[in-house]
Ligand binder design. Structure first.
Ligand code: ZN
Length: 334
């Protein structure tokens, strides 16, 4: 007999590479008003608009054999295209392996696995569109807010670990309906949390110049977390927010360090122009330098949180409530 746990992960990995090829199309076309994801059906070179024959459109391999260039106009094709395909392949194989190794008991477990694959794809799209455009498209966020409660009804197991689901079922509600209730609660908590943080951010960082937006959170993040809350429940979405903030802080420090040379150059320019010792111009220059690199999109970090929480929710809670306090205690107990 064929063992699904051995055969399916590599198969889904191959399928993931093809999905990744499609995700590249989605990432490129979805934010562009003049393009639709479905039309034109064939992929094309963004520069010469030549549509690609099938053998120039094989995930990862075509990019390697073409040396990362369009065969028609020799325009460079970014390394990001094969990377997105490889990342999708790895995530699909990984998610499949993880959920199969935990055991598949019934149809609902298959739905949960399928949701994991869908989430992996969506998170990749959100990450790269947010990096490119600083937005998360409504098609994804509002679409998610509509689809997630339906998935909850189809597979209540998505919400069975939730505290609220236990309470509502305990009160006598049927489990499919209870999952729908949990999904709606997650939608409100997920969106509400980010919305409140956004209001707090606006109060803390009042816009100083006209037209300069200093929103700590864009509204796309709010809608995205509402969708995630509806899919994963309110405890999980809070955990996603927490993981996203930790990852975002680390990313912020990294971004700050990467921006340091640019800031120093700016300070140097000002110091030469205005004479040495002009401390206020140094500060002004530093402000200019920081401003250029101040915004880092939150979507990629939230996406990372979504995937980690979906895959390792139990382990993450265990770490936060048990291992982490013990580690801190161990550090200060002497
Ligand atoms: Zn071309």
């Amino acid at each position: 007999m064929i063992d699904a746990a051995v055969v399916l992960p590599p198969l889904l990995g191959l399928f993931g590479a093809c999905v990744g090829s499609f995700l590249n199309v989605v990432i490129y076309r979805l934010p562009r008003e003049d393009l639709s994801v479905a039309r034109p059906a064939r992929s094309f070179c963004p520069r010469c608009r030549r549509s690609l024959p099938w053998h120039e459109n094989i995930p990862i391999l075509s990019w390697v054999f073409l040396g990362g260039r369009c065969r028609g106009c020799k325009a460079e094709i970014g390394l990001r295209y094969p990377l997105v395909e490889a990342a999708t392949a790895l995530l699909f194989a990984g998610v499949t392996h993880l959920f199969l190794s935990r055991g598949i008991a019934d149809g609902e477990d298959w739905v949960v696995l399928a949701v994991g694959l869908l989430l992996a794809a969506v998170c990749l799209v959100v990450t790269f569109i947010d990096l490119d455009w600083r937005i998360i498209p409504d098609e994804i966020t509002i679409g998610g807010m509509v689809v997630a409660p339906l998935l909850a009804i189809a597979a209540p197991r998505l919400h069975e670990a939730s505290w609220l689901h236990g309470v509502v079922v305990g009160a006598g509600l049927e489990r499919h309906l209870a999952a729908a209730v949990t999904a709606l609660a997650g939608l409100i908590v997920g969106g509400g949390t980010l919305w409140l943080v956004g209001i707090g951010g606006r109060l803390a960082f009042k816009p100083k110049e006209a037209g300069e937006t200093t929103d700590a959170m864009g509204f796309g993040d709010v809608k995205f977390m509402a969708a995630v809350g509806a899919l994963l429940g309110m405890e999980s979405v809070l955990l996603v927010f927490f993981v996203g903030c930790v990852a975002g802080s680390l990313g912020g420090v990294g971004n700050w360090l990467l921006g340091l040379p640019e800031v120093l150059r700016e300070v140097g320019r000002h110091a030469r122009r205005h004479g040495r010792g002009a401390r206020y111009t140094m500060l002004a220059a530093m402000r200019i330098g920081w401003r250029r690199r101040r915004f880092i999109p939150f979507g990629p970090f939230l996406s990372l949180g979504v995937l980690l929480v979906f895959a390792f929710r139990g382990g993450l809670i265990e770490f936060l409530l048990h291992d982490w306090p013990q580690l801190v205690q161990g550090l200060f107990a002497h």
